[in-house]
Design a protein around this ligand. Structure first.
Ligand SMILES: [Fe+2]
Length: 217
Protein backbone atom coordinates (compact mmCIF):
# COMPACT_ATOMS: atom_id res chain seq x y z
CA UNK A 1 0.00 0.00 0.00
CA UNK A 2 1.27 3.50 -0.76
CA UNK A 3 0.09 6.54 1.15
CA UNK A 4 -0.12 10.11 -0.08
CA UNK A 5 -0.28 12.90 2.48
CA UNK A 6 -2.47 15.95 2.00
CA UNK A 7 -0.96 19.27 2.99
CA UNK A 8 -2.89 21.41 5.48
CA UNK A 9 -4.48 24.28 3.56
CA UNK A 10 -3.53 27.73 4.84
CA UNK A 11 -7.02 29.16 4.50
CA UNK A 12 -9.80 30.21 6.81
CA UNK A 13 -12.67 28.98 4.65
CA UNK A 14 -13.58 25.34 4.06
CA UNK A 15 -11.87 23.95 0.97
CA UNK A 16 -13.21 21.04 -1.02
CA UNK A 17 -10.46 18.64 -2.08
CA UNK A 18 -10.98 15.52 -4.17
CA UNK A 19 -9.27 12.64 -2.46
CA UNK A 20 -9.49 9.94 -5.10
CA UNK A 21 -10.58 11.59 -8.31
CA UNK A 22 -9.81 9.77 -11.59
CA UNK A 23 -8.15 12.00 -14.21
CA UNK A 24 -9.83 11.77 -17.61
CA UNK A 25 -9.43 14.09 -20.55
CA UNK A 26 -11.61 14.71 -23.62
CA UNK A 27 -10.63 16.80 -26.60
CA UNK A 28 -12.25 17.44 -29.95
CA UNK A 29 -9.97 18.05 -32.90
CA UNK A 30 -11.21 21.03 -34.92
CA UNK A 31 -11.84 20.47 -38.63
CA UNK A 32 -11.12 16.75 -38.42
CA UNK A 33 -13.09 15.71 -41.52
CA UNK A 34 -10.12 15.43 -43.90
CA UNK A 35 -8.00 13.52 -41.38
CA UNK A 36 -10.90 11.19 -40.60
CA UNK A 37 -11.58 10.49 -44.28
CA UNK A 38 -7.95 9.48 -44.79
CA UNK A 39 -7.83 7.38 -41.62
CA UNK A 40 -11.07 5.67 -42.58
CA UNK A 41 -9.63 4.68 -45.96
CA UNK A 42 -6.40 3.36 -44.41
CA UNK A 43 -8.24 1.37 -41.74
CA UNK A 44 -10.85 -0.18 -44.04
CA UNK A 45 -8.11 -1.13 -46.53
CA UNK A 46 -6.20 -2.86 -43.74
CA UNK A 47 -9.35 -4.66 -42.61
CA UNK A 48 -9.91 -5.81 -46.20
CA UNK A 49 -6.43 -7.38 -46.16
CA UNK A 50 -7.55 -9.58 -43.27
CA UNK A 51 -4.88 -8.40 -40.85
CA UNK A 52 -6.65 -9.06 -37.56
CA UNK A 53 -6.16 -9.32 -33.83
CA UNK A 54 -8.92 -10.11 -31.37
CA UNK A 55 -8.67 -8.84 -27.82
CA UNK A 56 -11.79 -7.27 -26.28
CA UNK A 57 -14.03 -7.09 -29.33
CA UNK A 58 -17.06 -9.33 -29.83
CA UNK A 59 -17.72 -9.15 -33.53
CA UNK A 60 -16.13 -6.31 -35.40
CA UNK A 61 -12.50 -6.07 -36.45
CA UNK A 62 -9.35 -5.02 -34.63
CA UNK A 63 -5.91 -4.53 -36.16
CA UNK A 64 -2.68 -5.64 -34.60
CA UNK A 65 -1.13 -3.10 -32.22
CA UNK A 66 1.24 -1.59 -34.77
CA UNK A 67 -1.24 0.79 -36.38
CA UNK A 68 0.48 3.94 -35.13
CA UNK A 69 3.77 2.77 -36.63
CA UNK A 70 2.29 3.46 -40.07
CA UNK A 71 3.98 6.03 -42.31
CA UNK A 72 0.82 7.29 -44.02
CA UNK A 73 0.49 11.08 -43.46
CA UNK A 74 -2.85 10.69 -41.65
CA UNK A 75 -1.36 8.14 -39.23
CA UNK A 76 1.67 10.34 -38.61
CA UNK A 77 -0.66 13.29 -37.97
CA UNK A 78 -2.80 11.28 -35.55
CA UNK A 79 0.29 10.14 -33.70
CA UNK A 80 1.36 13.78 -33.31
CA UNK A 81 -2.03 14.73 -31.89
CA UNK A 82 -1.88 11.82 -29.44
CA UNK A 83 1.58 12.81 -28.22
CA UNK A 84 0.32 16.39 -27.70
CA UNK A 85 -2.69 15.17 -25.74
CA UNK A 86 -0.61 12.90 -23.53
CA UNK A 87 1.89 15.68 -22.87
CA UNK A 88 -1.06 17.87 -21.95
CA UNK A 89 -2.37 15.43 -19.34
CA UNK A 90 1.18 14.89 -18.04
CA UNK A 91 1.47 18.65 -17.50
CA UNK A 92 -1.95 19.08 -15.85
CA UNK A 93 -0.59 18.58 -12.31
CA UNK A 94 1.63 21.65 -12.89
CA UNK A 95 -1.08 23.84 -14.35
CA UNK A 96 -0.56 22.68 -17.92
CA UNK A 97 2.95 24.14 -18.12
CA UNK A 98 4.51 21.90 -20.80
CA UNK A 99 7.93 23.48 -20.26
CA UNK A 100 8.10 21.92 -16.79
CA UNK A 101 7.74 18.27 -17.80
CA UNK A 102 10.26 15.81 -19.10
CA UNK A 103 9.66 12.23 -20.09
CA UNK A 104 9.70 9.81 -22.98
CA UNK A 105 6.35 8.63 -24.34
CA UNK A 106 6.15 5.12 -25.77
CA UNK A 107 3.01 4.76 -27.87
CA UNK A 108 1.22 1.77 -29.40
CA UNK A 109 -2.17 1.76 -31.08
CA UNK A 110 -4.65 -0.35 -32.95
CA UNK A 111 -7.66 0.32 -35.15
CA UNK A 112 -11.19 -0.90 -34.43
CA UNK A 113 -14.20 -1.31 -36.70
CA UNK A 114 -17.55 -2.14 -35.14
CA UNK A 115 -20.70 -2.67 -37.17
CA UNK A 116 -24.30 -3.39 -36.23
CA UNK A 117 -24.39 -5.58 -33.11
CA UNK A 118 -20.63 -5.45 -32.35
CA UNK A 119 -19.30 -4.51 -28.91
CA UNK A 120 -16.28 -4.77 -26.61
CA UNK A 121 -16.15 -6.71 -23.34
CA UNK A 122 -15.06 -5.24 -20.01
CA UNK A 123 -11.30 -4.78 -19.99
CA UNK A 124 -8.48 -2.51 -18.96
CA UNK A 125 -5.13 -1.76 -20.58
CA UNK A 126 -2.78 -3.12 -17.93
CA UNK A 127 0.91 -2.40 -18.43
CA UNK A 128 0.58 1.21 -19.57
CA UNK A 129 0.08 4.55 -17.85
CA UNK A 130 -2.39 6.32 -20.13
CA UNK A 131 -4.81 4.85 -22.64
CA UNK A 132 -7.48 6.27 -24.85
CA UNK A 133 -9.44 6.29 -28.04
CA UNK A 134 -9.68 8.57 -31.06
CA UNK A 135 -12.96 8.41 -32.95
CA UNK A 136 -12.73 8.42 -36.74
CA UNK A 137 -16.37 7.62 -37.51
CA UNK A 138 -19.37 6.83 -35.33
CA UNK A 139 -21.51 5.36 -38.11
CA UNK A 140 -25.20 6.06 -38.49
CA UNK A 141 -26.77 5.00 -35.17
CA UNK A 142 -30.39 3.92 -35.06
CA UNK A 143 -32.45 6.65 -33.42
CA UNK A 144 -33.94 5.92 -30.04
CA UNK A 145 -31.28 3.46 -28.92
CA UNK A 146 -29.90 4.87 -25.69
CA UNK A 147 -26.11 4.87 -25.26
CA UNK A 148 -25.75 3.31 -28.70
CA UNK A 149 -22.07 2.41 -29.14
CA UNK A 150 -21.06 4.46 -26.09
CA UNK A 151 -17.91 3.70 -24.14
CA UNK A 152 -18.64 3.19 -20.44
CA UNK A 153 -16.15 3.44 -17.60
CA UNK A 154 -16.66 1.60 -14.32
CA UNK A 155 -16.26 3.52 -11.09
CA UNK A 156 -13.11 1.99 -9.54
CA UNK A 157 -14.20 2.77 -5.99
CA UNK A 158 -15.67 -0.29 -4.29
CA UNK A 159 -19.06 -0.37 -2.64
CA UNK A 160 -20.46 3.12 -2.71
CA UNK A 161 -23.52 1.99 -0.77
CA UNK A 162 -24.72 5.40 0.37
CA UNK A 163 -24.36 7.96 -2.42
CA UNK A 164 -23.74 11.50 -1.23
CA UNK A 165 -26.57 13.80 -2.35
CA UNK A 166 -25.46 16.26 -4.99
CA UNK A 167 -22.31 14.36 -6.02
CA UNK A 168 -21.99 12.10 -9.03
CA UNK A 169 -21.83 8.57 -7.72
CA UNK A 170 -23.17 6.46 -10.59
CA UNK A 171 -21.47 3.09 -10.95
CA UNK A 172 -20.58 3.80 -14.58
CA UNK A 173 -19.76 6.86 -16.63
CA UNK A 174 -20.87 6.77 -20.28
CA UNK A 175 -19.25 8.78 -23.04
CA UNK A 176 -21.04 8.99 -26.38
CA UNK A 177 -18.29 10.14 -28.71
CA UNK A 178 -18.43 11.94 -32.02
CA UNK A 179 -15.93 11.92 -34.89
CA UNK A 180 -12.77 13.90 -34.15
CA UNK A 181 -12.96 13.31 -30.40
CA UNK A 182 -10.22 11.97 -28.14
CA UNK A 183 -10.94 10.32 -24.79
CA UNK A 184 -7.97 9.73 -22.48
CA UNK A 185 -7.98 7.81 -19.18
CA UNK A 186 -5.66 5.91 -16.81
CA UNK A 187 -4.85 2.51 -18.28
CA UNK A 188 -6.08 0.68 -15.17
CA UNK A 189 -9.62 2.07 -15.51
CA UNK A 190 -12.00 -0.68 -16.60
CA UNK A 191 -14.32 0.05 -19.49
CA UNK A 192 -16.38 -1.52 -22.25
CA UNK A 193 -18.17 -0.51 -25.43
CA UNK A 194 -21.92 -0.98 -25.64
CA UNK A 195 -23.34 -2.63 -28.77
CA UNK A 196 -23.55 -0.44 -31.83
CA UNK A 197 -26.97 -0.49 -33.43
CA UNK A 198 -27.21 1.12 -36.81
CA UNK A 199 -25.63 1.20 -40.25
CA UNK A 200 -22.18 2.14 -41.41
CA UNK A 201 -19.04 1.62 -39.38
CA UNK A 202 -17.97 2.79 -35.95
CA UNK A 203 -14.25 3.32 -36.48
CA UNK A 204 -11.75 4.22 -33.78
CA UNK A 205 -8.06 4.06 -32.96
CA UNK A 206 -7.21 2.96 -29.43
CA UNK A 207 -3.82 3.56 -27.89
CA UNK A 208 -1.58 2.85 -24.91
CA UNK A 209 1.10 5.21 -23.66
CA UNK A 210 3.97 4.43 -21.35
CA UNK A 211 5.83 7.35 -19.81
CA UNK A 212 9.48 6.81 -18.96
CA UNK A 213 11.75 9.09 -16.92
CA UNK A 214 8.92 11.50 -16.00
CA UNK A 215 10.37 14.49 -14.21
CA UNK A 216 9.26 18.00 -13.30
CA UNK A 217 11.69 20.81 -14.00
FE1 LIG B 1 -10.10 -0.33 -24.21
Amino acid sequence: MSTSQQSVPDVCEPVLEWGFAVPMMRWRLPEADALNNDLRAVILAREARGDEARVSNVGGWQSRADFLDGTQPCVVALRGHLISLIRSVMASPVGGDLSRIEGQIGLTGWANVNRDGDFNRVHDHAGSHWSGVYYVDTGRPDPGSELNGAIEFLDPRPSINMPIPGYRTASALAVTPSPGEFVLFPSWLQHYVLPFRGSGERISVAFNAQVKDYRLK
